[in-house]
Design a protein around this ligand. Structure first.
Ligand code: ATP
Length: 268
């Protein structure tokens, strides 16, 4: 692995990139995954690389839905396994009813097995989806392949770094969908019941903490309404405020006005 000096001002970002590049070589991540990460990095940069108050609210709502679910499931692709296997293991410990299921757009049996092995090595006791036993109707890609006892029978599905087609297909078959996606404009964010517009690792850590120490008692309704459009709008407002602030700083500072010398009078 490339050695990145800890003192580098963008250490975290560079270390994450190096990890993904390594996982490309190990066959967990595919080249397309690097491009998806690049897009997410750009959004994280614009959002200020921290969890916004609105994302925190979405995380708390998602924790409540996951706690209230009869059969919650998380869908794991290559980037998710590469970036957050320990966080998924911690979430599964906090929520023992959670099914952890591998789901890949670029699926080969070998890659599915490698992703599952990575999750097990991080401490996830059971990983489904390596040998799919059911299909999501109306979805042409390999992401339709699911486990009969996992995502197929889940009532709430957590989809980090998902594509829009599958999110919409999951909604069509009646699943409640919670998305983790830094892009508030993606079809996934738009289609999800609860779009969490935040970085994967921060979200999973926040979710685990919120599940372990809930702020509210379970109410009668396990799935209280959540305004996804307002959450996406709040993310866009965060971005536009930051951009406006940054643009303001770039304006030339008001300082002493330099007077231009008047043009020399023509001599008589
Ligand atoms: P959609 O079909 O939903 O419009 P897409 O096809 O543009 O999405 P994909 O490449 O399928 O996007 O999905 C990847 C999504 O995951 C991107 O929107 C990207 O912003 C997001 N993403 C990637 N890495 C992270 C991360 N570490 N944390 C949060 N979101 C991420």
């Amino acid at each position: 692995m490339t050695r990145i000096p800890r003192s580098h001002p963008r250490y975290q970002s560079l270390a994450t990139r190096a990890r993904l590049a390594d996982e490309l070589r190990s066959g967990i991540v595919v080249p397309e995954g690097l491009i998806a990460h690049g897009r997410a990095e750009a959004f994280d940069y614009l959002l200020g690389e921290r969890t916004s108050p609105s994302a925190s609210r979405a995380i708390r709502a998602a924790a409540r839905w996951l706690r209230g679910a009869r059969a919650p499931a998380i869908s794991v692709n290559g980037n998710v396994a590469a970036l957050a296997a320990p966080e998924i293991a911690a979430l599964a410990r906090a929520l023992p009813s959670l099914t952890v299921e591998v789901n890949l757009f670029h699926r080969t049996p070998g890659r599915a097995a490698r992703v599952a092995a990575r999750l097990r090595a991080a401490g996830v006791p059971t990983v489904r989806g390596v040998r799919p036993t059911a299909r999501i109707p109306g979805l042409p890609s390999d992401r339709r392949l699911v486990d009969r006892n996992g995502i197929a029978k889940a009532d709430v599905v957590l989809v980090p770094l998902e594509d829009g087609d599958r999110t919409e297909a999951l909604r069509r078959i009646g699943k409640r969908v919670i998305a983790i996606d830094l892009n508030p404009l993606s079809r996934t964010s738009i289609a999800a019941d609860i779009p969490i517009v935040d970085e994967l690792g921060r979200t999973l850590r926040g979710l685990t903490a919120a599940i372990r120490t809930p702020r509210t008692r379970p109410g009668r309704d396990p799935f209280p309404a959540f305004d996804g459009a307002a959450a996406r709008a709040a993310a866009l407002v965060t971005i536009s405020r930051r951009l406006a602030r940054m643009a303001g700083r770039r304006r030339p500072r008001a300082g002493p006005v330099r007077r231009r010398r008047p043009p020399a009078r023509p001599r008589p």
